[in-house]
Design a binder for this molecule. Sequence first.
Ligand SMILES: NC(=O)c1ccc[n+]([C@@H]2O[C@H](COP(=O)([O-])OP(=O)(O)OC[C@H]3O[C@@H](n4cnc5c(N)ncnc54)[C@H](OP(=O)(O)O)[C@@H]3O)[C@@H](O)[C@H]2O)c1
Length: 290
Amino acid sequence: MSAHPASSRPASPGTIGLTGVTGALGGLVARALADDLRHDLRLLARDPARAPDVDTDVRRCDYADAEGARAALRGVRTLLLVSAAESAERRAQHRTMIAAAADAGVEHVVYTSFAGAAPDATFTLGRDHHDAEQAIRESSMAFTLLRDSFYLDALPLFADREGVIRGPAGDGRVGAVARADVADVAAAVLRDPAAHRDTTYTLTGPEALTLAEVAARAGAVLERPLRFVDEPVEAAYAWRREVYGAAPWQLDAWVSTYTAIADGSVSMLTDDVAAVAGHPPRSLEEALAR
Ligand SMILES: NC(=O)c1ccc[n+]([C@@H]2O[C@H](COP(=O)([O-])OP(=O)(O)OC[C@H]3O[C@@H](n4cnc5c(N)ncnc54)[C@H](OP(=O)(O)O)[C@@H]3O)[C@@H](O)[C@H]2O)c1
């Protein structure tokens, strides 16, 4: 006889489709689920040859290719949709992929959104995430939205060659979350999607840090002196435009990463990582130690 009554067992998630598996987050989720759910996994990658080798079904899937995505998704019941790389086409790619998932019969989509996603979010890419959330809500699919704060382990990468993190963040704070914690939450949701149906989680770390604190503490772990230098918004645009010659949407995204920290829109802290993953969120030091 089973040790657990049938009613306490998670309902089967069916075939789980994972996107983003050639990247950091999706790769962690693929490895976490492969141990015991290998036969239920389908990895979806633009270049299947670069997917992690965890002895699973692998299909080609590009968010921009509706027909290819529909074919790759047929038979998938639960889908992890990792948000697309930053680009001017990102909203359209998300919408194409979401429509393809619904057409292919996907029942539940788990989407990596952004903390405070809204049409007027200070972080301009948070507006793209709101658009994707809307498309998901308007579809026939059940959903779980993982609204991630900025990635804790990515913050030190903001530093230039001289170790300076420069931007208009002032002494604002960010409740940044370890990518590994986002992966743990995603894996828990995918194992038992019915328990997280039509739910939105805001995933943060254990503390809200200023960028000066991030620089000092990350520098100590990485054994590389880092420091934060505040700058006016206009100056932030000017040198980025000059050095990178980037498009306006890209400049807005870069600079608003800092202004979102300055105005408190990413300072929130939640218990959602602990509640879903079953362990406390990792600290900056723990995130960087990996
Ligand atoms: N919260 C934050 O601070 C933060 C920071 C950075 C990024 N993000 C978002 O979080 C996502 C996951 O983070 P990550 O660190 O795992 O990023 P990552 O290592 O760059 O991986 C992104 C993954 O998404 C795939 N992908 C991107 N655009 C795609 C498209 N149009 N069609 C199909 N696949 C596509 C990539 O495939 P390829 O290998 O083919 O490129 C890759 O597997 C990112 O894609 C981005 O949207 C959030």
